[in-house]
Design a protein around this ligand. Structure first.
Ligand code: SAH
Length: 227
């Protein structure tokens, strides 16, 4: 009897809740992301698809889909939805690409990347965050994402080169190993600057071995740590 009621409850609330969360994501994309100039259709689709509320488990879904960064424990934050979409678009993702992310955090940016490229390698320096993100991404079915605990300064040499690199913590200087591990034709998006001040979101491209560096906009990210 109990199982019967539970079954009915799931049937009635599961899809209804999914619909509500989908509506929240559609609104988030329309009001916070497309409205501010993100136009890449694959990126917009990914932002409508990834269930962001699963990446901030304690928070009510309304907050998860709001226009702000949120705490994820260990003094770290999941970035504001717009900045995730904006950085992903800047990196010009292609379905064939292999991507590296430094700063897994909750795993949300990795999931967004996993929707728009072939494979994602992501490194997190805080072991507990790496483990939680790994379990979460596996549970959600993202089998094209690998999570590793470690210092992303060194990149992931055995899987290099990467077509696309996204760094979600701010170093003072661009780590040279990341530039080395960028494929020819590759794009890296990274906030650069001192802790406690605004950093410059920077786009690095490598063309025929030549590096170009373009400052995009001031941003505020958590500091890049070393161990
Ligand atoms: N991309 C994340 C945002 C995480 S905040 C998300 O979508 O949720 C930045 C993360 O970078 C933090 O979790 C922090 O612990 C991590 N970090 C800082 N320095 C690092 C380093 N050198 N290597 C790997 N991760 C680092």
């Amino acid at each position: 009897m109990l199982a019967f009621f539970l079954g009915i409850t799931l049937v009635l609330t599961g899809p209804a809740a999914d619909t509500t969360h989908q509506q929240m994501r559609n609104r988030m994309v329309q009001e916070q992301i497309a409205a501010r100039g993100v136009t890449n259709p694959a990126v917009l689709r990914a932002m409508r698809t990834v269930r962001r509320h699963h990446f901030v488990p304690g928070a009510p879904p309304e907050l998860a889909y709001s226009d702000r960064p949120l705490p994820i424990g260990h003094g770290q934050t999941i970035s504001q939805p717009f900045i995730v979409a904006y950085m992903t678009q800047l990196a010009e993702p292609d379905p064939e690409d292999r991507a590296l992310e430094v700063g897994t955090g909750s795993g949300y940016q990795a999931a967004v990347l996993a929707e728009v490229v072939d494979s994602v390698y992501t490194i997190e320096i805080v072991p507990e965050l790496a483990q939680t993100a790994r379990q979460r991404l596996t549970r959600m079915g993202y089998d094209n994402v690998r999570v590793r605990t470690g210092d992303g300064y060194r990149g992931w040499p055995d899987r290099a080169p990467f077509d696309l690199i996204i760094v979600t913590a701010a170093p003072d200087q661009i780590p040279p190993p990341l530039i080395e591990q960028l494929a020819d034709g590759g794009r890296m998006v990274i906030p650069v600057g001192p802790e406690g001040e605004l950093q410059q979101l920077t786009l690095i491209t490598k063309t025929d071995g030549e590096i170009t560096r373009e400052r995009i906009t001031p941003v505020r990210f958590v500091p890049f740590r070393r161990n």
